[in-house]
Design a protein around this ligand. Structure first.
Ligand code: UDP
Length: 264
């Protein structure tokens, strides 16, 4: 298990904190158009009713999100990742966040299984993309495209682009994980806008990590994601470490990971 101190240190204290969420902190970046994203060890579930600190989780998620975002860059899916700064921090592009969480599902699980009465583990005939309105007070409700366009959270063109991005991320990430014996059951994606002169571009933002995905071992069905914490079914850090180990992320100890590498 990785044991890394979460002490922010003297430099961090001087930074301008923009936002602190349950699992990450956002600081002003060194240049205009950049933020520093800090990964905490804190974890929460069930609308923050359940909370814990998991030693080393932030370090693993920093690495894993870097790994997936770099992979997306290599296949031409624009995203916020610029560079890893240290064990817990990465430099990212600032984006104007669209107030939606996209969930892509390949296999029925979690809230989808509950809502529709479909047994957890049932493969879906094709990937399903859902939208949830990001509002903690409302409990992030599921919304239809109709709501999103009518209420002005995104245009119809944005929606079409977001679905296309989500499906590309799904194909890429599923493929990478398949190569190391892990099934991508579902995941959450957040998307932001950046402006290049008068043109808008959508980019993948936030994070891609075992905190935001469901990952099941293909042979045993063992859960290697946040469900381990949600349902107390093992050691969370060990599960996340296993994902990182299989992807070869932990082998390149202090070197920033630049390219996804598959190991047998
Ligand atoms: N998810 C997330 N953040 C959220 C809600 C969901 O990262 O606020 C992820 C979750 O880990 C899972 C997927 O999105 O991989 C689908 O979650 P679901 O809607 O089934 O909700 P849950 O059962 O996790 O409450």
């Amino acid at each position: 298990m990785l044991l890394v101190h979460q002490n922010l240190g003297p430099d961090m204290a001087r930074r301008n904190k923009l936002y602190e969420g349950k699992t990450k902190v956002l600081y002003d970046g060194p240049e205009a158009g950049t933020f520093v994203q800090y990964f905490k060890d804190d974890t929460t579930a069930f609308n923050a009713e359940k909370q814990a600190v998991i030693d080393g989780k932030g370090v693993l998620n920093n690495r894993l999100s870097e790994y997936f975002m770099n992979g997306l860059t290599t296949i031409g899916v624009p995203n916020h990742f610029l560079k890893r700064l240290n064990m817990r921090e990465q430099l990212i592009r600032s984006a104007e966040m669209i107030p939606l969480e996209l969930i892509v599902r390949n296999v029925s699980a979690g809230s989808f299984s509950k809502r529709l009465g479909i047994e957890e583990g049932t493969p879906l005939p094709r990937p399903i993309v859902e939208f949830y309105y990001k509002d903690k007070k409302l409990g992030n409700p599921l919304v239809a495209e109709e709501h999103i366009v009518a209420l002005g959270w995104a245009s119809q063109q944005d929606l079409d682009d977001m679905v296309a991005i989500a499906l590309r991320v799904n194909d890429f990430t599923s493929g990478i994980l398949f190569g190391v014996g892990i099934k991508l059951i579902d995941f959450k994606l957040e998307i932001g806008r950046i402006w290049e002169n008068e043109y808008q571009r959508l980019i993948v933002a936030d994070e891609i990590s075992p905190d935001t995905c469901r990952l099941w071992d293909m042979e045993t069905g063992e859960k290697l994601d946040k469900d381990v914490f949600r349902h107390d079914i093992g050691n969370v850090a060990d599960a996340y470490t296993e994902v990182a180990r299989r992807l070869g992320v932990l082998q390149q100890n202090n070197q920033p990971v630049t390219k996804p590498t598959l190991i047998n």
